[in-house]
Design a protein around this ligand. Structure first.
Ligand code: ZN
Length: 87
């Protein structure tokens, strides 16, 4: 597969623009569903950070249990919008 030379985002779609942290693992490891039913796929790192700040959000049911648990455990340790306080 040829690597694209275009403006492919260097981070997963779940990475908040204000969050400077890099992705961890595949960019489509997990899908988060917010309370309005909107879905966003991302790495476990950014999905956990997103989940910690999104009231009513959850991991999509099709996500493998191991990845879902990883995200929930990470999110539990995070404050909402962790990047705003430099975490
Ligand atoms: Zn990411």
């Amino acid at each position: 597969m040829e690597r694209q030379h275009d403006r492919t985002p260097p981070r997963c779609p779940a990475a908040p623009p204000a969050d400077p942290t890099p992705c961890q693992g595949p960019h489509d490891a997990v899908t988060i569903v917010d309370r309005h039913g909107r879905e966003v796929a991302g790495c476990v790192h950014h999905c956990a950070r997103l989940l910690a700040g999104l009231e009513g959000a959850r991991v999509h049911p099709f996500v493998p249990a191991v990845s879902a648990m990883d995200v929930y455990l990470r999110a539990r340790e995070l404050p909402p919008f962790a990047w705003e306080i430099g975490k």
